[in-house]
Design a protein around this ligand. Structure first.
Ligand SMILES: *Cc1c(COP(=O)(O)O)cnc(C)c1O
Length: 365
């Protein structure tokens, strides 16, 4: 079996030991005589799995007692609608637009609350091509807003909000952390709500994580469907209906793997080293490769880059593929290349990529 180095933005590579454990337990989970896919979500086996997953996640992120952890479906895209349905039943909310995903979140919120509440853009970097973050002093945020929304890692543009970026303290902060959650420690108490689709850095697609402060529950409008209502889901332990059981189980194994690596401080050190190596290759290429993002907010997880001569793109992609380096084609809205180097990508994989890139530049530069 030959596994490739998979730089996919999502669904993305999973840690190999997790996949091996899933394989070993597929037909018979811990002597149950059945696999996790085949178990009742209300049985004692699965109840244990989901409780362990939540406990491990809480330990990793240091989630305070006053927050609920929900395992939902529908992806981060569903949260673009579900968040305003739950938190914006009048008044207005502020959105920061720093890339494609936060722009989509704003548009969807506008659609959901049309005519009943307003959604404001509190700052945008679109005019500059999404290559940085707004000066926090220049943000036009409203202290009476229902919440302030941002995307802390823009997966397509490769813009990551650094931990010291000032956030409004007067209103709940809602953050889309889909593509960098669990890549570094985070102070959960700065946020009212954190959400993330699983398929970047948590596990398989199908489960969506929501971590919400308890005082934000119970604010949904009366016509909100039960499955979309955070407080109904919280009261029912995310099991009003059948949850994505297999995805939760695999996510739980990823949480255990992360704890065994030394938790988030250790994985952050590894991620910082991987990202530094790749950006140094790009910046040291004499302009052969280029990443336009301001260094202070370059993403450690998603590294988009272009070749000075886009006529070489096809050769770059076919040669990387032949070298066992997969899924490097950039998003259509950015062009060029993108290397996603999530937790599951080892330093060794980034080394292979960087060696390839240096060699390719030498041969074609
Ligand atoms: C991938 C992604 C999404 C969309 O996730 P889905 O699970 O496909 O809905 C939203 N936000 C960010 C930051 C993402 O990376």
């Amino acid at each position: 079996m030959a596994r490739i180095w998979n730089f996919s933005a999502g669904p993305a590579a999973l840690p190999q030991p997790v996949l091996e454990q899933v394989r070993d337990e597929l037909l018979d989970w811990h002597g149950a005589g059945m696999g996790v896919m085949e178990m009742s979500h209300r049985g004692k086996e699965f109840t244990g799995i989901v409780q362990q997953a939540e406990a491990d996640l809480r330990a990793l992120l240091g989630v305070p007692e006053s927050y609920r952890v929900l395992f939902l479906q529908g992806g981060a895209t569903q949260q673009f609608a579900q968040i305003p349905m739950n938190l914006l039943t009048g008044g207005s909310a502020d959105y920061l637009v720093t890339g494609s995903w936060s722009k989509k979140a704003l548009k969807e919120a506008q659609r959901v609350v049309a005519g009943t509440a307003s959604v404001r853009c509190a700052g945008s970097t679109e005019a500059d091509g999404f290559v940085g973050l707004p000066d926090p002093q220049a943000l036009a945020f409203d202290p009476r807003a229902a919440y302030f929304h941002l995307c802390t890692n823009e997966t397509i543009h490769g813009v990551e909000v650094p931990p010291d970026y000032p956030l409004p303290s007067a209103v709940p902060v809602v953050a889309d952390m889909s593509s960098h959650i669990l890549s570094r420690p985070v102070d959960v108490s700065r946020y009212g709500l954190i959400y993330a689709g699983a398929q970047k850095n948590i596990g398989p697609s199908g489960v969506t994580l929501v971590i919400v402060r308890e005082d934000l529950l119970g604010r949904a409008g009366p016509t909100t469907p039960s499955v979309m209502d955070f407080s109904v889901m919280a009261e029912n332990g995310s099991m009003l209906n059948t949850p994505p059981t297999f995805a939760i189980y695999v996510a739980g194994l990823v949480f255990q793997w992360l704890r065994a690596q030394g938790g988030l401080p250790a994985i952050e050190r590894a991620n910082a080293e991987k990202a530094a190596l790749l950006y140094a290759c790009i910046d040291g290429s004499g302009g052969f490769y280029r990443n336009p993002v301001a260094p202070a907010c370059r993403s450690r997880m998603n590294v988009p880059f272009t070749l000075a001569d886009s006529g070489l793109d096809a050769a770059f992609l076919s040669e990387t593929k032949a070298a066992g380096l997969a899924s490097l084609k950039g998003h259509k809205s950015f062009g060029g290349m993108r290397a996603s180097i999530y937790n599951a990508m080892p330093l060794a994989g980034v080394r292979v990529l960087v060696d390839f890139m240096n060699d390719f530049a030498r041969r074609h530069g």
